[in-house]
Design a binder for this molecule. Structure first.
Ligand code: SAH
Ligand code: SF4
Length: 443
């Protein structure tokens, strides 16, 4: 019997990459590769990469550099890179990095087995970064109808047509395409039958699901269908673009029992002038009107957001508008980023006179203000009893189990592993920055 080959896979970036990596695992197992946890034990090392900010991209090169000595020691080792950096740089990567064997783009994950075989058999170096046509892409949506976890991501759409001026995603993920609803619902039913209790419907811009003349149901309708699937207890979705957040979708937070009371609704900036330069397609007032409607249909809803600090030309007044919007909305959490120019994007061509130190100071001010608000949300949970969907053993490795509240806060508590998959009442006894500690309420 030939010894099984081994691969090591490292995943960077967003939930789209997480799902692509699962597919990579399936495909490699299909050609006789087993996954290992240590790069030094592998015959094949793959990086699934993120290009959204320069820092993310530099990290990829840093890690690749770390694997180079392994290749020097073992020339038979295959080193490959996929995902958004691979898509952005393409064949150039093979020139830039002579120790690299293969480069596969965001539409070419399915070609991985034949590429690996080609490298193994012929020691050729190869790259595949062509974008595919709609028909082919429709056949290639990531699917998994069985899972041994309580929660699952389900891809409903891919790509993005929004072209926010700072963002590389439309360039590296291609045009928007929605997956047929029948396929999505079939997958969710199968997952529910295999024990999954929570699904998160994912895409770069889920709110425009079915909006590209695909003669399909709206995203709100899709949610209502998922809500009716037996076995599923909770539904989440991400990411939402505010401009495509319809009243019909907002109303789901009032009408669908299983939809969690949380929405991630990235605002990016609180200043109309900057929102316009970002090509976001909404004003501060329009955004706040949607927030108000969300809070009206679901008074218990909590919002989270993404914010970019220091977009080219951002004035002190623009930045103050962002801070005041954050005060007004009172997000439970904010993911903030210092603006990073990305190749090929419109914003990269804007005059940029902002000093890096000014960006850093604004970023720190934003963090400080938000931490105050996040802390008050956390503290408000102290002593209250929440319904928690138990996911399994706590990652802290102390024998506790963990689950999440409707707002996606992690709660660790003493309990039996067999509770995984159940909704249980838990009283919050201590609040920490990243999780709560609780006690199971026995009835
Ligand atoms: N499709 C999602 C996620 C996009 S990327 C959405 O539209 O919300 C995730 C976040 O990264 C963005 O929301 C934005 O805040 C940030 N981001 C994207 N490009 C960036 C850039 N060039 N510089 C800094 N932050 C950026
Ligand atoms: Fe990027 Fe804007 Fe598309 Fe989000 S909506 S992926 S920020 S272009």
């Amino acid at each position: 019997m030939p010894m099984e080959k081994r691969f090591f896979l490292e995943t960077f970036g967003c939930q789209m990459n997480v799902v692509d990596s699962e597919r990579i695992v399936d495909l490699l197992q299909g050609i006789g590769y087993g996954q290992v946890a240590e790069p030094a034990d592998a015959d094949l090392i793959l990086l699934n990469t993120c290009a959204v900010r320069d820092k993310a991209e530099r990290k990829v090169y840093g890690h690749l550099g770390r694997y180079k000595p392994l290749k020097d020691e073992n020339p038979a080792l295959i080193l490959g890179i996929g995902g958004c950096v691979a898509q952005q740089e393409g064949e150039k990567l093979l020139t830039k990095l002579p120790y690299l064997d293969l480069v596969f783009g965001t539409h070419n994950v399915h070609k991985l087995p034949e590429m690996v075989r080609a490298v193994e058999n012929n020691r050729v170096r190869c790259h595949e970064t062509e974008f595919l046509d709609r028909e082919t892409r429709l056949q290639l949506f990531p699917t998994r109808t069985f899972a041994d976890t309580v929660t699952r991501f389900v891809t409903v759409m891919q790509g993005c047509d929004n072209f926010c001026s700072y963002c590389v995603v439309p360039h590296v993920r291609g045009r928007e395409i929605s997956r047929p609803s029948a396929e999505i619902l079939h997958e969710v039913r199968q997952l529910a039958a295999s024990g999954v209790r929570e699904v998160t419907l994912i895409g770069q811009n889920v709110n425009s699901y079915g909006c590209k003349g695909e003669n399909e149901m709206s995203f709100a309708r899709l949610l209502a269908e998922v809500d009716g699937i037996e076995g599923i207890e909770r539904i989440r979705f991400t990411t939402s673009h505010p401009k495509d957040l319809s009243d019909e979708l907002i109303d789901c937070f009032g009408s669908l029992k299983k939809l969690c009371n949380h929405i991630h609704l990235p605002v990016q900036s609180g200043a109309d002038r900057i929102l316009n330069l970002m090509n976001r397609g909404y004003t501060r007032e329009q955004y706040l009107a949607k927030v108000l409607r969300l809070q009206t249909v679901c008074p218990d809803i909590r919002l989270t957001s993404d914010i970019i600090v220091g977009f080219p030309g951002e004035t002190e007044e623009d930045f103050a508008a962002t801070l005041s919007l954050m005060e007004q909305v009172r997000y439970a959490d904010v993911f903030s980023f210092i603006y990073s120019p990305r190749p090929g994007t419109a914003a990269a061509g804007l005059p940029d006179t902002l000093n890096p130190a000014v960006r850093q100071v604004r970023f720190d001010r934003l963090l400080t203000q938000q931490e105050e608000i996040s802390r008050s949300w956390r503290e408000a949970d102290q002593g209250r009893v929440f319904e928690v969907l138990v996911e399994g053993e706590s990652r802290q490795g102390n024998g506790q189990i963990f689950g999440r509240t409707t707002w996606n806060r992690i709660v660790n508590f003493e309990g039996d592993r067999s509770l995984a998959g159940s909704l249980v009442p838990v009283r919050i006894s201590r609040v920490y920055r990243n999780s709560h500690l609780g006690k199971l309420v026995e009835n």
